[in-house]
Write a protein that binds this ligand. Structure first.
Ligand code: PGA
Ligand code: ZN
Length: 425
């Protein structure tokens, strides 16, 4: 199936944090227009593909994206307009070679990923397929992913004293997508009531989770287990399990990890995680250590890799080559997948392929700065990876993705709800 491009367009819009991002559109010669909203992170890995921002301090504190918009309406339009493409890989390769840098710094990963996502939608439409089906590689079984609801926010996503960034609920034992969403929303509601009753503020962090003035991870984990039980669910693999993203690069300073007022070595922090995993029904630990602490990651994987999923975000940055390297070395056992971290949909699909071939699990992820775009819901289904994190079951930009999963489940009743293999037992 081919597409012929008439033009590309872009607009500077706001993301969910009130910062500028791009809405990108691609119009085909047959008149069809496909759009994409570009996500943006806050706790970014240093190896991520590079966003182009204006740096003009008179606008949005330098965060404006008019220059990235100009790249979509200038050089990218000039390279694509009037051309016919046989597949997305060919189009993405054109974007990459037009950019010419290893990290997409010239045209901007924000500009490029928007075009790539819009183009994926155009190819899906040309093939008369829903996006998730188009994104399913041959031989891969699509599945509805277990949603990972980030219900307590800390780190750089909230102004509270919590050092760990994300505390997630994973309804791994739910029978289907609708029940999984219900479990997340019901536990979230109970958690709000209990935090309020204990005198905590129930304002929200960037990803829609509560941001109470708690300091120790154990206090949050106790509150989560209580809320799961009070909402009528079983904590653990048969019901609602817990996933953590401490985002440790953010609290790693001067050679130590700073958690709840304690300075810990890498080995001490691994001991701390082991204790938490002994005490709480944790199934997944993302970025437990900093992105440059590969020796620590070796230790972490060796010590806990057969008990929980060890997910690399900042350390792998959705880069197929880094994931392949990590797999050779046995670092981690899962990769977080963020489309804007690598910059094209084709390279994202490549990252999933490396995960499948090396036996690594994969989890699709939103960014702290989001739009109403639901691309990642389709990506999570199509990849068959079985896991999606898209924030709390609250705030429009977060629930848009979960609502899209409900819609896909309704439209494709034969799609299974994922059974995740590396659950804690
Ligand atoms: P970010 O954080 O989108 O702010 O980078 C998300 C994450 O660390 O998983
Ligand atoms: Zn992360």
């Amino acid at each position: 199936m081919t597409i012929q491009i008439r033009t590309t367009n872009a607009l500077e819009i706001l993301d969910s944090r009130g910062r500028p991002t791009l809405s990108v559109s691609l119009t085909l010669t047959d008149g069809l227009t496909c759009t994409a909203g570009v996500p943006a992170g806050a706790s970014t890995g240093s190896g991520e593909a590079v966003e182009v921002r204006d740096g003009d301090l008179r606008r949005y504190g330098g965060r404006g994206v008019r220059s990235a918009v100009a790249n979509v309406t200038g050089p990218i339009r000039a390279a694509l307009a009037g051309r016919t493409f046989g597949d997305l890989a060919e189009l993405d390769e054109t974007l990459r070679s037009l950019d010419g840098t290893p990290d997409k710094a010239r045209l901007g990963a924000n500009a490029i990923v928007g075009v790539s996502m819009a183009a994926a939608r155009a190819f899906a439409a040309a093939a008369d397929q829903p996006l998730w089906r188009y994104l399913t590689p041959p031989g891969v079984a699509p599945a509805l992913p277990v949603p990972h609801f980030n219900v307590v926010n800390g780190g750089v996503h909230a102004p509270n004293p919590l050092d760990f960034q994300e505390f997630m609920l994973a309804p791994v034992g739910a029978p289907d997508m609708a029940e999984a969403v219900r479990a997340g929303a019901e536990v979230y509601a109970v958690l709000r009531a209990r935090l309020a009753a204990a005198g905590h503020a129930t304002g929200l962090g960037d990803e829609g989770g509560f941001a109470p003035d708690l300091t120790r991870p154990e206090e949050v984990l106790d509150a989560l287990v209580d809320a799961i039980v009070a909402a009528g669910y079983q904590p653990g693999p048969e019901g609602v399990a817990i996933a953590l993203d401490p985002a440790a690069s953010q609290f790693h300073r001067d050679g130590a990890y700073h958690v709840a007022g304690r300075a810990m070595s890498s080995a001490e922090l691994v001991d701390h995680y082991a204790e938490l995993i002994d005490r709480y029904p944790i199934r997944s630990l993302e970025d437990g250590l900093a992105e440059d602490d590969w020796d620590g990651w070796d230790r972490l994987t060796e010590r806990l890799g057969d008990r929980v999923q060890i997910v690399g975000d900042d350390i792998f940055v959705t880069d197929p080559e880094i994931i392949a390297d990590a797999a050779r070395r046995g670092v981690g056992n899962a990769a977080l997948v963020k489309v804007n971290q690598i910059g094209t949909v084709t390279e994202t699909l490549e990252a999933f392929r490396v995960c499948r071939e090396t036996g690594y699990a994969a989890m699709v992820s939103h960014r702290s700065g989001e739009t109403l775009d639901t691309f990642i819901a389709d990506l999570a289904v199509g990849s068959g990876c079985g896991q999606l994190k898209s924030g709390a079951p609250a705030r429009g930009e977060r629930v848009a993705k979960y609502n899209r999963l409900l819609e896909i489940a309704e439209q494709a009743p034969d799609l299974p709800y994922a059974r995740i293999s590396r659950s804690r037992t």
